[in-house]
Each structure stands twice: as structure tokens, then as C-alpha cells.
Design a protein around this ligand. Structure first.
Ligand SMILES: N[C@@H](CCC(=O)N[C@@H](CS)C(=O)NCC(=O)O)C(=O)O
Length: 224
């Protein structure tokens, strides 16, 4: 059995989940605790996602996706799929922290969605939410500078247009009539921000994106 160690709010984890859901591949989920990465004691890799397949431990989302594809999904890759999966990891994903945690109030609101209802006792939940809402906007600002992002909203919406114009380029999915590997990666990363205003912003901006996202959702989100 495949087991995915993850955070529910992690875009890299959702890339993997989207592919597993798309392939209707059964897997178990272990929600890792961000406080001390509890749940990952069996590996030195202290980031999620981590996938186990029996005794095998696979780390780094791009490696996990290749492993899942080669061993379970067997989806064909088009000539330019690497260019687009690299774009997801090297560009698209970098807009999320600044969009989700621009300042204390939005971060506080979003932590309300990110934190699972029964994840912590109530007093700990307040400390984690308060601490997170103070720290994450600072982290997001650092990441924004590191990735040379000046206007996260405008640049994110330009990235959405780029995906629609150059990626989908008139097709229902990147893969053509059927979704493929690359659709799963783009959907997965964005789906992590679904409750957090990111998807709504992209949908309001670009109706073709909105249609594509709604077509992917029943296949990739795992929700019936
Ligand atoms: N390059 C890694 C990035 C994974 C990553 O940054 N995961 C974050 C959650 S979104 C994490 O585990 N952070 C915990 C930490 O850095 O302590 C991948 O693609 O798997």
C-alpha cells in the first residue's frame, strides 16, 4: 500500500495527491504535524511530501511523481511536459505564500481554513494560529524577495494567463481531450490554495482557467 505523509495545505503534496486521485490509485494519508514534523521519524528528510511503498521511502515531490507514474500510472509524457512541470515547481508555486499570507489579518483568516478542526487542543490551536499569522507573512515576504516577485497578484494572474494561452492553447486539457500528468501538477499546486482565495482570484480573472479547473476537480481532488 502507498502511504503519503503530507500537510493538507502543502502544494507539493497536492501535486502527488492529484496524480494518485486521477489514476484512481488507492493510498493512505498520514497528516504530519508541522510542530516538529511528527510522523516523519522514520526518515531524515524533514519535508513533506514523503511517500512510502512497502519498505521504500521516496522523497521530493518531483521524484515521487516520477516514481508513481513509472510504477503505477504509466501516463505518457509529451515532449514539453518537463518544461511545464519545472514551471510549476520553479515559478507557479512561488506566488502562493505571498498570496495566502500577505499580512496578519489575511493570514489569520487563512490559518482558520488550513488548520484541521481537531488538530490541536483549543489553547494550542490559538497559539499555533497566532504564531503562524505573525511568522508566515514575514516568511512570505522573504520568499517573495528571494524569487524576485514584485507584485504577486499581477504576476500570479499573468502566470494563469500563460498556462491558459501557452499550456492549454485551445485544448480542454494540457493532455488534449484527456487530462494528463501536467494537468495534475498545475491543478494540485493550485488546489492547495482553493479555500484560501487563490483559486477564486484565478477563476474570476480567466474564464477558460475556471472551466479547466472545474473539469479537473472531480477527477483530481478526490471529492465525489
Ligand atoms: N522541494 C520539496 C519542497 C517540499 C516543501 O517545501 N514542503 C514544505 C511544506 S509545503 C515543508 O515540508 N516544510 C517543512 C519545513 O521546511 O520544515 C518538494 O518538492 O517536495
Amino acid at each position: 500500500m502507498l502511504t503519503l505523509y503530507q500537510f493538507n495545505s502543502c502544494p507539493f503534496c497536492w501535486k502527488v495527491r492529484s496524480l494518485l486521485n486521477y489514476a484512481k490509485q488507492p493510498y493512505e494519508i498520514v497528516e504530519v504535524s508541522p510542530m516538529g514534523m511528527k510522523g516523519l521519524e522514520f526518515t531524515d528528510h524533514k519535508k513533506v511530501p514523503v511517500l512510502t511503498d512497502g519498505d521504500k521511502v521516496i522523497v521530493e515531490s518531483a521524484t515521487i511523481i516520477d516514481y508513481v507514474n513509472e510504477n503505477y500510472v504509466h501516463a505518457e509524457k509529451s515532449a514539453n511536459s518537463k518544461e511545464w512541470t519545472d514551471w510549476v515547481d520553479d515559478s507557479l508555486v512561488h506566488y502562493l505564500p505571498a498570496l495566502i499570507h500577505p499580512g496578519f489579518l489575511t493570514s489569520w483568516k487563512n490559518f482558520g481554513h488550513i488548520m484541521e478542526a481537531d488538530q490541536y487542543p483549543w489553547y494550542k490551536a490559538i497559539i499555533v494560529r497566532l504564531g503562524g499569522s505573525i511568522v508566515m507573512p514575514k516568511v512570505a515576504k522573504k520568499l517573495k524577495n528571494k524569487h524576485h516577485i514584485i507584485d504577486e497578484k499581477a504576476e500570479f494572474l499573468a502566470a494563469i494567463d500563460h498556462w491558459v494561452d501557452q499550456g492549454l492553447s485551445g485544448k480542454p486539457f494540457f493532455g488534449g481531450e484527456q487530462a494528463d500528468f501536467v494537468d495534475c501538477s498545475v491543478f494540485g499546486v493550485l488546489h492547495a490554495g482553493d479555500q484560501l482565495g487563490v483559486v477564486a482570484m484565478a477563476k474570476n480573472h480567466n474564464p477558460t482557467f475556471s472551466q479547466w479547473y472545474d473539469n479537473c476537480s472531480p477527477i483530481m481532488s478526490g471529492q465525489k
